[in-house]
Design a protein around this ligand. Structure first.
Ligand code: ADP
Length: 228
């Protein structure tokens, strides 16, 4: 569960990215974050995975007050949150397998478990046969599948995805969406920022619209809502 109470975020240059945001996201929800560029969506997500800390207000993720976390506790909270980016962010010199396994090595998982679990998640994302390929040898959709495998390999409670379909064609995007739905169905909370009107309008899930650092709309079975 994620709880934000009157969250303000002002960057060093004086940008007021969030201006009093309060929200509750329950275990196992699927939430679309929509809103114009610069509205504060990435900042909202960065606070959740503790890339940024709030200027004011409280945020808790799975019961941890993460704004006030001691530095040595950060890795423990991060391992419970998988992050997916528009540009995949794979390590270019590592194979698909090594990119995923690396996320388990970082948390010092036992070697045998790493091999088993890495192949299991590569299977889940449909890339077992391409485990030895380097990112450059994979299509955009395949690279995003590797990134998803990496995000879920440590069984996080929450996945945060910042425009995960932003660089992909419509068919490939739907493949990625079905995969995220499957992961959500298996019990992971998903928070996804997107500008993809078609996906949001067809899925009819919770939609939180952020505008100028405020929650402008929060609907249980929402729509994208902005004119083209
Ligand atoms: P979105 O993801 O909706 O496009 P962001 O959260 O990236 O919005 O940005 C919200 C506001 O905060 C924008 O005005 C942006 O320029 C500003 N901002 C974002 N990140 C930084 C940063 N690291 N330093 C200074 N200003 C930032």
């Amino acid at each position: 569960m994620i709880e934000m109470q009157d969250i303000w975020k002002t960057y060093a240059n004086g940008s007021h990215a969030l201006r009093g945001v309060s929200v509750l996201i329950d275990r196992n929800e699927f939430v679309y974050l929509v809103g114009p560029s610069g509205a504060g969506k990435s900042t909202f997500m960065k606070l959740i995975y503790r890339e940024e800390v709030p200027t004011k207000g409280q945020i808790s993720v799975n019961g941890f007050n993460i704004g006030k976390l001691k530095p040595r506790k950060i890795p423990y909270v991060r391992r419970n949150i998988g992050v997916i980016f528009q540009d995949y962010r794979l390590l270019p010199k590592l194979s698909a397998y090594e990119n995923v396994a690396f996320a388990m090595e970082v948390i010092e998982a036992p070697r045998r478990l790493i091999r088993k679990r890495t192949m299991e998640v590569l299977e889940l994302v449909g890339l077992r046969d391409k485990h030895a390929s380097l990112p450059a040898q994979l299509s955009g959709g395949e690279q995003q599948r590797v990134a998803i495998a990496r995000a879920i390999v440590n069984n996080p409670a929450v996945i945060v995805a910042d425009e995960p379909t932003g660089n992909l064609d419509p068919d490939t995007s739907w493949g990625i969406m079905h995969l995220l739905e499957e992961i959500n169905f298996r019990g992971t909370t998903i928070i996804m920022a997107t500008h993809n009107r078609e996906i949001v309008n067809r899925q009819r899930k919770r939609v939180i619209a952020i505008e100028e650092g405020l929650i402008a709309r929060d609907e249980a079975r929402g729509e994208y809502g902005y004119e083209i």
